[in-house]
Write a protein that binds this ligand. Structure first.
Ligand code: ZZB
Length: 279
């Protein structure tokens, strides 16, 4: 399974993150959140053409009511070769293990932790989505079902095609105070990206027909499988530069376009590797 990873530059930290970071990183440093996605065909629409994106971040509910804690993540030093060579680069990641093998840190298999952050520390932070119509940026929002060991621990939210993301979006809109977010941070309009035989919003369609009712619903893994299969084998692009093209053909083209434009890179999930941490 091949992921695509995209660099989203931090525009403004939320208050909590400002406190934690203090002066531990240079004021002129660029910090990126890097979501990893298996659905490269959705990412250009999500990031470029329209407003769909939200980046979700590891966030777990504690036993105590109304409080959200999360798995510790880290602010890490990154080599600058992905951008301007003079820039000081950092990234915020949950899953540092796998990221150590993507060639974005100065030494292979190692990473330099600058600051420990929690997912809840960064909720509300504003990031820049490349080519997005949201010129002012998009917000980092919590997702209670994120796994800390998969991908980068940061994901793009695609409520049109991912039942998990649809379920999370509904829940965020229903209980913004519980999640500690502002309702207006959640993008409510869901733009159709892919036409499948059942729907142009397959996630919503499955959520409704399978009677799913929360982000923790046991039927979500099955819904995800159906959505993947229909999208991949019989999906047709409805939006963006590859409109009208079958998903199977559009997928590698979108990937190439994103990578060539310098905002994305191939992300592989290495198995069974051991990472050493320095600093
Ligand atoms: C955008 C996207 C759009 C995704 C879609 C899926 C779908 P899998 O198949 O189980 O391996 N993901 C990535 N990292 C994490 C994480 N740490 N915790 C939870 N979810 C994560 O799942 C891979 C997908 O799970 C990735 O692809 C990512 O969301 C999410 F329309 O990226 B995807 C029908 C699915 N549609």
């Amino acid at each position: 399974q091949e992921y695509i990873a995209v660099k989203l530059k931090t525009l403004e930290w939320c208050e909590k993150a400002k406190e934690v970071i203090g002066d531990k990183i240079p004021a002129d440093a660029n910090v990126y959140f890097i979501p990893a996605s298996l659905r490269s065909e959705t990412i250009h629409v999500v990031l470029w053409d329209r407003q769909l994106t939200m980046v979700s971040f590891e966030c777990r509910k504690r036993e105590e009511k109304m409080s959200i804690s999360s798995v510790v993540s880290a602010l890490l030093e990154m080599r600058s070769s992905l951008g301007d060579p003079s820039e000081k680069c950092f990234t915020v990641l949950v899953n540092t293990q796998q990221m150590a093998f993507q060639g974005i840190f100065s030494s292979w298999g190692e990473y330099q932790q600058v600051i420990g952050l929690k997912g809840s520390d960064v909720i509300g932070t504003l990031v820049h989505a490349p080519f997005s119509i949201h010129e002012k940026g998009i917000r980092i929002l919590p997702m209670s079902t994120i796994k800390p060991t998969k991908g980068t621990g940061v994901v793009t939210c695609v409520p049109s095609d991912s039942p998990d993301d649809y379920a999370t979006t509904l829940d965020l809109l229903k209980k913004p105070e519980f999640y500690g977010i502002k309702k207006e941070w959640v993008i409510e309009d869901i733009l159709p990206i892919i036409q499948t035989p059942s729907s142009n919003l397959i996630a919503k369609h499955l959520y409704e027909t399978m009677k799913i009712n929360s982000p923790k619903d046991q039927k979500l893994p099955e819904a995800k499988e159906i959505a993947y299969k229909e999208g991949f084998y019989s999906g047709v692009m409805l939006y963006g530069d590859f409109k009208g093209m079958p998903v199977q053909e559009a997928k590698p083209l979108v990937r190439k376009q994103m990578i060539d434009s310098g905002v994305a890179f191939n992300y592989g999930e290495p198995d069974g590797l051991v990472v050493s941490r320095s600093g």
